[in-house]
Design a protein around this ligand. Structure first.
Ligand SMILES: Nc1ncnc2c1ncn2[C@@H]1O[C@H](COP(=O)(O)OP(=O)(O)O)[C@@H](O)[C@H]1O
Ligand SMILES: N[C@@H](CCOP(=O)(O)O)C(=O)O
Length: 309
């Protein structure tokens, strides 16, 4: 009998864009894939260097998320054959856990006969991550503005914005990992009224600037007081880059998600060259190993192909 293999391609993402903590996400043309099929015995194959060290048994996040979906749908959890690969590095602030959750949910939902809509999968993924920023971008592509609802399980209100034409991203990816869990623990429990008002203003201005393609406002609008100042102690070079990137070719700069990746937006090749030189100088000054990637935005979000075997 023929059985179906579902192949899901998921874009990596950046969250926050500076002030939009837990609310803004943007998808990149940097992909991971998850292939899933019902099988006699669970087998998980993880390909490539980025997934090295990730468990290949039933404790794997992809299996756990897929099993949870079958349970939520009121179906027995089948044995699963899973193959996964990622061009995006893990624990660097490029949304790998969100991409894995989105990939496993979309794949398992297909195998279960599509019991849940995309909006419901988005809500599930956001509950699992605890915030909708990366999962929104991986699910829908482009720039996603979203917020967690007051009630558990309710749908997540969001708006997808196209990425302003010509906006490109240079990411500086340090070699050391930083788990999101650790980078959330350094944040305060309580903020001053001034800092909250500051972020509401900057995040609102940033969303409006993105919606109208006002790249001239991004440098100012991307300033943040809720997370970057606290996370700077975990990311050598961050403060320097945030303070000075716009003087060296950047349209704006931010910590990518919880870090340690740092992102700088730019438009022209000349800006990219100036930025590279600046970033090299800063990171070498801190004696940090890193790599630089130029990433284009993804506008499509998660993509699904079905194969018969
Ligand atoms: N394809 C995958 N398969 C299994 N687990 C994954 C996969 N991708 C990410 N993960 C899990 O997500 C963790 C990274 O999540 P996190 O600390 O939030 O960093 P980030 O999302 O910024 O990469 C990894 O340590 C791993 O446990
Ligand atoms: N809003 C979250 C985003 C975490 O993104 P990740 O890619 O680092 O997992 C946060 O800032 O904690």
């Amino acid at each position: 009998m023929m059985s179906s293999v579902v192949k899901v391609t998921i874009p990596a993402s950046t969250a926050n864009l500076g002030p939009g903590f837990d609310a803004l996400g943007m998808a990149f043309q940097l992909y991971s894939i998850v292939e899933m099929a019902v099988s006699d015995k669970t087998k998980i194959v993880l390909e490539g260097k980025e997934l090295q060290g990730t468990p290949a048994d039933k404790s794997n996040l992809l299996y756990q998320v897929a099993a949870g979906l079958f349970q939520d749908a009121g179906q027995p959890v089948p044995e699963l054959s899973i193959r996964a690969a990622s061009d995006a590095p893990l624990t660097r602030g490029l949304g790998s856990s969100a991409a894995a959750i989105v990939g496993a949910l979309v794949a398992a939902n297909h195998l279960a006969g599509e019991p849940f809509t995309r909006e419901q999968l988005f809500a599930k993924a956001s509950q699992m991550e605890g915030h909708p920023d990366n999962v929104g971008a991986s699910m829908f592509g482009g720039i996603v503005v979203a917020t967690m609802p007051d009630q558990d399980g309710a749908s997540i209100p969001y708006v997808k914005l196209p990425v302003p034409k010509g906006l490109q991203t240079l990411v500086v990816i340090p070699e050391f990992p930083l788990s999101t869990e650790k980078a959330r623990k350094v944040l305060p429990q309580v903020y001053s009224k001034q800092d909250v008002v500051y972020n509401v203003g900057h995040s609102s201005l940033l969303v409006a600037a993105l919606a109208q393609g006002r790249l001239d406002l991004m440098g100012q609008a991307m300033a943040d007081r809720l997370h970057q100042p606290y996370r700077a102690e975990l990311v050598p070079g961050l403060k320097d880059i945030l303070d000075n990137a716009t003087d060296h070719g950047a349209v704006g700069a931010a910590l990518s998600g919880a870090g340690p990746t740092i992102l700088c937006f730019f438009q022209t090749e000349e800006e990219a060259a100036r930025l590279r030189e600046f970033v090299d100088r800063v990171m070498n000054g801190h004696d940090i190993s890193y790599r630089i990637m130029i990433l284009q935005p993804d506008e499509h979000g998660v993509q699904v192909e079905i194969h018969q075997r």
